[in-house]
Write a protein that binds this ligand. Structure first.
Ligand SMILES: Nc1ncnc2c1ncn2[C@@H]1O[C@H](COP(=O)(O)OP(=O)(O)OP(=O)(O)O)[C@@H](O)[C@H]1O
Length: 342
């Protein structure tokens, strides 16, 4: 089902929480609401579900205004961070519950619940009590219960945040598989950039109750609409410079670009420079080296200007904190923004 939000504003306790939010989620798409804690992600999810009534604006489901449709009739289901499973019921009873509420006959809801248990890889756990399940298993039960309601729109409010990294990765894959199998329009709330980038068809980046950019993961990362968007994904260093005859020059070097002449700010994200062992101009000092398993993260400070940049090196051999080094620019990783837009 297609979901459309038009100019949604929400005020809670006389404080504006959401400010004129508009976006469209295509039928069967998976999008993420990404943003720092407190920016309004959960409030937006609850507004879509009809739990919160907006001060202005409208929610449209398949083109029909849902403003007067109560929460339980919208066909939206939220999986909350704390899952909200029924502790006194078995796994099977939890999953069957939404279907019982919808008046589905017993033989049918038992069959569907059984299939869903299989889908979330929990066969054999039918009669287990909720308190006897691990965190990862509970997530699967919550997901199966949400799917049992046969939702038009699935709303996931940071459902993986309590899991360790391996389990989280498994759950992401499972959710994506089920989302594609069932073709359910899905909105994931997360503050995890990597999660949003790797799972979503589109990301809505939120800040202070507004959507700063709504775009594909590739576009939002490579063509951020503003410095706030760029900085949310990775803290970067910005250098002033100019393009002349297709060459960009700034204080740390120059490189060819396909841009018109003019002033630009170059965004150097971590990894857009490298330590050049052959370079002769050793004007950066290694001020920090951090081992990350697959490589080392190296913080470099310019002797002349104090500019800080980050590079990655495969091995620490021959290098240590305090060494003076040359750097080179990986030009494909540097983004240039016209002066006026930043
Ligand atoms: N019922 C309420 N009354 C007043 N303010 C509220 C209410 N619910 C939420 N807020 C405030 O609205 C803002 C947005 O909250 P919300 O839970 O939507 O943010 P979030 O982006 O989902 O945060 P998190 O990632 O921490 O869950 C916060 O400042 C919060 O304190």
């Amino acid at each position: 089902m297609e979901l459309s939000l038009k100019n949604i504003s929400v005020t809670l306790s006389q404080k504006q929480i959401l400010d004129s939010i508009s976006l469209t989620v295509e039928d069967g798409a998976f999008i993420s609401l990404l943003g720092a804690s407190g920016c309004g992600k959960s409030t937006l999810l609850k507004t879509i579900a009809g739990i919160i009534t907006p001060a202005s604006g409208s929610v449209f489901l398949n083109g029909s205004c849902a403003d007067h449709v109560p929460s339980h009739k919208r066909g939206t289901v939220i999986v909350f961070q704390d899952l909200r499973l029924f502790p006194h019921m078995t796994v099977m009873e939890n999953i069957a519950f939404p279907m019982k509420m919808q008046g589905v006959v017993k033989v049918k809801y038992l069959e569907t619940a059984g299939k869903l248990l299989e889908k979330v890889q929990l066969q054999g756990f039918e009669q287990r009590r909720i308190r006897e399940m691990s965190g990862g298993q509970l997530q699967r039960v919550a997901l199966a219960r949400a799917l049992a309601a046969n939702p038009n729109v699935l709303l996931l409010d940071e459902p993986f945040s309590s899991l360790d990294e391996n389990l989280r990765q498994d759950m992401r894959q499972l959710v994506l598989k089920l989302q594609k199998d069932f073709k359910i329009t899905t909105i994931l709330v997360t503050h995890d950039r990597q999660e949003a980038l790797s799972m979503s068809d589109k990301i809505a980046l939120m800040m202070n109750g507004k959507i700063l950019q709504y775009d594909t993961p590739e576009n939002i990362y490579n063509f951020p609409a503003s410095r706030d968007v760029a900085d949310f994904f990775q803290h970067a260093a910005y250098l002033d410079g100019a393009v002349e005859n297709h060459v960009y020059k700034c204080e740390i070097g120059q490189f060819q670009v396909d841009k018109p002449d003019g002033h630009y700010q170059a965004m150097f994200r971590p990894g857009s420079v490298y330590v050049d062992k052959m370079g002769s101009e050793k004007n950066f000092q290694i001020c920090e080296m951090q081992y990350r398993g697959e490589d080392y993260k190296v913080r470099l400070v310019s002797e002349k200007t104090g500019l800080m940049l980050t590079a990655f090196i495969a091995s620490s051999s021959e290098l240590q904190t305090g060494d003076m080094v040359s750097i080179g620019i990986i030009k494909d990783k540097v983004l240039l923004f016209p002066y006026s837009s930043f």
